[in-house]
Write a protein that binds this ligand. Sequence first.
Ligand SMILES: NC(=O)C1=CN([C@@H]2O[C@H](COP(=O)(O)OP(=O)(O)OC[C@H]3O[C@@H](n4cnc5c(N)ncnc54)[C@H](O)[C@@H]3O)[C@@H](O)[C@H]2O)C=CC1
Ligand SMILES: NCC(=O)COP(=O)(O)O
Length: 342
Amino acid sequence: MRPSVTAPLVLSLGDPCGTGPELVHKAWAALRSQTQYAFTVLGDADLLASLGPVQRLTDLSDAIAAFPDALPVLDRPLSAPPLPGNPDPVHAPHITSWIREGVELCLSGAARGLITAPIAKSVLYASGFAFPGHTEYLGDLTAAAPYPGTRGPVMMLTAPDAVNESALRVVLATIHTPLSEVKAHLSAETVRTLAHVTHEALIRDFGVAKPRLVLAGLNPHAGEDGTIGREEVDLLQPLVAALCNEGLDISGPLPADTLFHAEARRTYDAALCLYHDQGLIPLKTLDFWGGVNITLGLPLVRTSPDHGTGFAIVGKGIARPDSLINAIRAAHDISLNRAQTY
Ligand SMILES: NC(=O)C1=CN([C@@H]2O[C@H](COP(=O)(O)OP(=O)(O)OC[C@H]3O[C@@H](n4cnc5c(N)ncnc54)[C@H](O)[C@@H]3O)[C@@H](O)[C@H]2O)C=CC1
Ligand SMILES: NCC(=O)COP(=O)(O)O
């Protein structure tokens, strides 16, 4: 069902021992007077009440009215008390159930977007979580839901507060893949799907009328005509030619080391990167505090701060909410764009 633009956003609390709970309160305090960003937390209300004012909701539709006065929460209690800064796999089933319920609320139309606070992957893996991260989990949870475009999930990171005028968007062909295995995971079909999902999402989710894509090379100097690696010649150049024939505006493969300076960024709307750090190093260098992680190609809107659980700084009052605030704003913006084009 298509979500109403007047439905609230929902936010899964993530790891209760991380910075998520305090950041949620900081984000609420920053946004409480702007009810277009009203969100409700799926998580433990006692934990959140220990950090600031909360309103326990029984009905999600009360979220917008409650938002200016207190942080709205759909109380989904933990079974053991969380120790700040000390993650414990005992919380894993709750963490994943908050995400699952957020997905259900979005797919039913009761919520118009899901923001996920950070999870610690290794903690979830220790309790049997079978997905590399939210991205793949959300792809699995939504596999049966109708979607009008090319299916993701695709991970996009955006640096909305990047300096030098031009923001940066990167999308990843491989995500949490060890570097030694990246090459084996790169196929024409993987990169082709990445390009199409990104092209369609730039139109549907970001309102870019004619998306311009660029593909980064894998090797130094993009292989230098096959003399420093052959992936560009054998795989990526023919693929870019095929994608151009399919109607996409895409260039590359280009050397990654000269792809991210301000002037270069003005020439494209999204950079297709082949592995995690190829895209995330420039992004986090440009905008360490404000980056947003967005999942493309899903039948729901999902955003997240680009940082992790920050266990070492929990409770110290120094965790910055910029990225979470940007994630909430991005979910709002994307849901409005989708309402116009979906
Ligand atoms: N969206 C998600 O669910 C993500 C989860 N993670 C998970 O987070 C855990 C920790 O990963 P790390 O690589 O240590 O990354 P991290 O982002 O938690 O920490 C990296 C550095 O940034 C600082 N930092 C993090 N958030 C901050 C904030 N809001 N304000 C100020 N400083 C902040 C930390 O103190 C640390 O120095 C891992 O288990 C990882 O799986 C990592 C990235 C995204
Ligand atoms: N480095 C990005 C990250 O870890 C986010 O992963 P996900 O949980 O959004 O799939």
